[in-house]
Design a protein around this ligand. Structure first.
Ligand SMILES: *[C@@H]1O[C@H](CO)[C@@H](O)[C@H](O)[C@H]1NC(C)=O
Ligand SMILES: *[C@@H]1O[C@H](CO)[C@@H](O)[C@H](O)[C@H]1NC(C)=O
Ligand SMILES: *[C@@H]1O[C@H](CO)[C@@H](O)[C@H](O)[C@H]1NC(C)=O
Ligand SMILES: *[C@@H]1O[C@H](CO)[C@@H](O)[C@H](O)[C@H]1NC(C)=O
Ligand SMILES: *[C@@H]1O[C@H](CO)[C@@H](O)[C@H](O)[C@H]1NC(C)=O
Ligand SMILES: *[C@@H]1O[C@H](CO)[C@@H](O)[C@H](O)[C@H]1NC(C)=O
Ligand SMILES: *[C@@H]1O[C@H](CO)[C@@H](O)[C@H](O)[C@H]1NC(C)=O
Ligand SMILES: CC(=O)N[C@H]1CO[C@H](CO)[C@@H](O)[C@@H]1O
Length: 847
């Protein structure tokens, strides 16, 4: 049935290819696998998956994110289960609001997509404490993630609970639901050796425990070369083409292909060029892969105190194809969509046979998937060299292969896509700051303040001899813990001494007699800190108050759960007048967990406390995503109408010498997070997402806890809008995927540039730039090159202005030839206007 008919449908309705192939979940089917692929409904499937973590957005955003994933060509949504979010207190469960896992699964099912549920229950994911509830740490005799009875009992209990919950809702594919795949543990192979022999028995126990839950769908373990049968071991990484599973009966699966990288406060922001991701994806399917997942497809936001780390930023944007705010990141989303369409055209051939890869020369590889009858044939041609573009001969034809690229030939003859040539429309999304008017009293004034006292203020403070490790003490009920003591100084005059403090991290403020004397901070790579500050001690009694802070608990590494935080010492006074040093570490300290404001629940804004502003977001009746710009503030946490939008820290800037590549980064060659970076010398994050659904039409209350100091009148809010749309199409471009049919029917006229406004009643109002020739620059900053047709602008204006969409053939037939013998391109930047511009990004497509 899935023969030529389906191919024709795919041609006519490019977008609906998936619909045609995805059976609705009416009847159940156990999912199995063989050495080539997952088998659903008796058919091997080539699947493309993307991660969306449900609690990193809001339920109001979910349907749109899922739809954009589907439009982008995904078959599967992958998510972790985050244990600490759902069971904050042992035995007390919470599945409401952003934590409504079942609702999320059902929305994915409604969209006709599958789910890969990674139960873990260890998640990592730059999530606080890797997803484990902190109370696990306090179970007597427990050792996490190894063959330890108390831990295994808890892991089995929660895994069973989640599986049962999914079964109750009929969410497994075997029950007619969307879940086709599950996961137990996570990247354990990376740390396994540190746990000795118990690691091996633990992995066997995990596999057996998971399998016994009888879900009817396969379980995987990622980064686990010794995963026992029938668990499939899968690969995570920037490239997985060289990966092979540990058995000939298992398919080659890639569960985390990092689309970018997370950010940490104090570090630059990484990005990953789309040409390189496209290359890695095409290479994976070229070399026999049949399932790959984008980590992340939508990264989202670490609201509240959910970010891990330490020092992971509140934004978890990840340079993903859908940005933190839910807008398409172009051309990343669009180019990957084209890659997916191209790969899908090869699906039948890929799942029908094994790949046959041959060398076409140095760094050149051809892979052919050809059935014995010869009816199906798909080919991938790769240039994995990083320097030179080359021409290769394949099956008697010549093909141009740019460096670090793959060409996809669904019929072994015609190239429908080369990973380095972007056909997709680019859009510029930007933040538009809402400037307050002078007479807008709500914006510039109206702040109420309450000062947080220095040192101990709570009745529940307690004393202990010696210095306490912070996480053991706070159980992560707060980022903050006070360490206070009084010391008597002999003599009768003020003396200057050095206060030395060693801390496991993550940041520290030291106060002497109520005055801030010094601060210190660690970083993601080295959370520990140590300070030596000159202080003045008065004769007699002196108060030393140390405020120690965590900035997200560690989430990765062997025994990461026991690394600890806080002032574990020594704490010393050095160079006293009488010539001696005093070690205060083992003295009697008074401890307070959390701040007075937290104890009083000031963050809900019901009383005029901390810094609150009832009118800041006075009129928010639009529909574009909203961000708060924290320029002017120091560090703290912010709440909008009682909901925490996360930790903010705009004063933590990335070093200006940390190797930023500005806008351009050579995508050729192996990627690593430090290869392509922005924000050097700038805040790691200054804009913070405020979900629309948390805002009211009026009377919005913003509460800040500001720990360093700042000027709240500089705060502003901004909306994330889609600006202009751009497209650049080359004459010599491969025949775009959307145009490709079969060799018999394809249109031979060459590439067409298509501009399309996102909403029905929008029109293209202005062509900002158009050039046919050798234009320079990129979207937003195109300029004319040495060759440019003078007629281009007026031709494009005539064809497009006033219309909702337009298409133009990119050839000398349309524009004349401004420079014979040179490969030319058409570059266009345009604006759409109409109601609600910015609600949706402009989706353009080359037809
Ligand atoms: C799936 O497997 C389970 C357990 O082996 C079995 O009970 C169920 O009937 C199977 N479902 C289908 C649709 O084959
Ligand atoms: C793989 O392709 C090469 C080159 O076309 C051919 O010689 C060889 O027989 C093929 N191998 C298999 C197993 O089909
Ligand atoms: C020096 O002074 C400190 C504090 O005033 C005191 O604790 C310490 O015992 C003194 N050391 C000597 C050797 O007197
Ligand atoms: C502390 O005092 C010493 C001695 O007076 C001085 O050399 C040093 O620079 C001071 N350090 C700081 C951070 O002020
Ligand atoms: C935390 O407390 C437990 C016992 O309550 C102890 O075994 C462990 O060493 C402590 N961890 C740290 C980092 O102090
Ligand atoms: C709020 O803003 C919208 C759009 O900016 C405007 O149409 C509306 O009149 C404003 N409402 C109030 C109460 O100011
Ligand atoms: C081929 O493309 C041209 C130019 O866009 C168009 O006019 C023509 O209708 C297309 N033909 C087919 C068969 O799609
Ligand atoms: C961090 C990490 O796991 N990187 C891996 C990415 O993928 C390549 C190729 O599969 C590995 O060599 C890296 O170690």
């Amino acid at each position: 049935m899935r023969g030529e008919n389906v191919t024709v449908i795919a041609v006519v309705f490019g977008l609906f290819l998936l619909l045609a192939l995805t059976t609705p979940f009416c009847s159940g089917a156990n999912v199995t696998y063989d050495h080539r692929a997952l088998i659903i409904d008796g058919k091997r499937r080539l699947l493309i998956s993307g991660s969306i973590h449900y609690m990193r957005s809001t339920p109001e955003m979910w349907p749109d994110l899922i739809q954009k994933s589907k439009d982008g060509g995904l078959d599967v949504i992958q998510t972790f289960f985050f244990w600490n979010l759902h069971e904050p207190v042992r035995g007390q469960y919470d599945f409401e609001g952003r934590k409504d896992l079942v609702k999320f699964m059902k929305l994915v099912a409604e969209a006709g997509l599958y789910v890969h549920l990674r139960i873990g229950p260890y998640a990592c994911a730059e999530w606080n404490y890797g997803g484990f509830p902190l109370w696990l740490h306090f179970i007597p005799g427990i050792v996490l993630r190894t063959d330890n009875e108390p831990f295994k009992a808890e892991m089995k209990r929660i895994t069973t609970k989640i599986v049962d919950m999914m079964k109750q809702e009929n969410l497994y594919a075997s029950q007619g639901g969307p879940i086709i795949l599950s996961q137990i543990e996570n990247e354990y192979g990376n740390v396994e050796s540190a746990y000795g022999d118990s690691a091996i028995s633990y992995i066997h126990w995990s596999a057996q425990m998971a399998t016994s839950l009888d879900t009817g769908v396969p379980w995987i373990m990622c980064q686990q070369t010794d995963a026992p049968d029938p668990i499939i071991n899968t690969c995570n990484g920037f490239y997985c083409d060289q990966f092979t599973p540990n058995s000939n009966n298992k398919p080659k699966m890639w569960t985390e292909n990092w689309t970018g990288w997370f950010s940490s406060f104090g570090d630059p922001v990484s990005y990953r060029p789309v040409e390189d991701i496209a290359f890695s994806v095409a290479r994976f399917y070229q070399l026999g892969g049949t399932f790959q997942n984008y980590y992340m497809y939508h990264g989202g936001t670490n609201f509240g105190r959910t970010s891990g780390g330490p020092f992971i930023t509140t934004s978890y944007d990840y340079d993903a194809p859908i940005d933190e705010y839910g807008l398409l990141r172009q051309p990343k989303w669009g180019h990957l969509k084209d890659v997916h369409n191209a790969i899908k055209l090869c699906e039948e051939a890929i799942v029908a046979t094994d790949p046959n890869t041959t060398s076409l020369g140095s760094n050149l590889e051809a892979t052919v998937y050809k059935t014995e009858s010869g009816r199906l044939c798909a080919a991938f041609l790769a240039n994995i060299g990083t320097e030179s573009d080359v021409s290769v001969n394949f099956n008697g034809n010549s093909y141009h292969l740019p460096a670090w690229s793959v060409s996809i030939l669904p019929d072994c003859k015609n190239v429908v896509l080369n990973t380095a040539k972007i056909n997709s429309v680019a859009t510029i999304s930007k933040f538009i700051h809402q400037t307050p008017k002078d007479d807008d009293d709500g914006f510039l004034s109206g702040w109420s303040w309450i000062e947080e006292p220095v040192g101990i203020s709570s009745k529940s403070a307690f004393t202990k001899l010696g210095l306490l490790e912070q996480i053991n003490t706070t159980a992560d009920q707060s980022d903050y813990m006070w360490y206070s003591l009084s010391t008597q100084t002999k003599g009768d005059e003020t003396q200057t001494v050095v206060l030395h403090v060693d801390s496991l991290g993550h940041t520290l403020h030291a106060f002497i007699n109520g005055e801030l004397a010094g601060s210190g901070k660690g970083s993601h790579d080295n959370p520990k800190l140590s300070i030596d500050v000159n202080i003045s001690l008065v004769a007699g009694k002196n108060n030393i108050d140390l405020l120690s802070l965590t900035v997200g608990l560690q989430n990765y590494g062997a025994y990461y759960d026991t690394v600890g935080a806080g002032v574990t010492g020594p704490v010393q006074l050095k160079g006293l007048q009488n010539g001696s040093n005093v070690d205060l570490s083992s003295q009697q300290w008074t401890y307070q967990i959390g701040l007075r404001g937290e104890e009083l629940d000031l963050f809900d804004g019901s009383s005029s406390l901390w810094i609150s502003q009832p009118n800041l977001l006075k009129n928010q009746s639009g529909s574009s995503p909203v961000a708060l710009d924290f320029t002017g503030m120091g560090k703290g946490e912010a709440w909008v109408n009682g909901q925490s939008i996360g930790r903010y820290w705009p004063t933590n800037t990335a070093s200006s010498s940390s190797g930023c590549t500005k806008d351009s980064c050579n995508y050729r060659g192996s990627y690593s997070p430090s290869k392509c970076q922005t924000n050097c010398g700038k805040p790691s994050q200054k804009l913070y997402h405020v979900p629309r659904s948390w805002l009211q039409a009026s009377d919005n209350v913003l509460v800040l806890f500001e720990e360093i100091g700042g000027d709240p009148t500089q705060l502003s809010f901004a909306t994330r809008e889609t600006g202009s749309i751009c497209s650049q199409i080359y004459e010599s471009h491969p025949i775009p995927v959307a145009m490709w049919t079969t060799t018999e029917t394809r249109n031979e006229t060459g590439p067409t540039l298509l501009l399309d406004c996102p909403l029905q009643n929008q029109v293209i109002s202005e062509i900002k730039y158009a050039s046919f020739g050798t234009p320079l620059g990129k979207c937003g900053s195109f300029s004319h090159g040495s060759c440019s047709s003078e007629k281009a602008l007026s031709i494009v204006q005539k064809a497009c202005v006033g219309l909702g969409s337009c298409s133009i053939e990119v050839s000398v037939n349309t524009f004349g030839d401004p420079c014979e013998g040179i490969t030319k391109s058409l570059a266009v930047e345009a604006f759409c206007t109409g109601p609600n511009l910015g609600k949706q990004p402009i989706i353009g497509e080359v037809k």
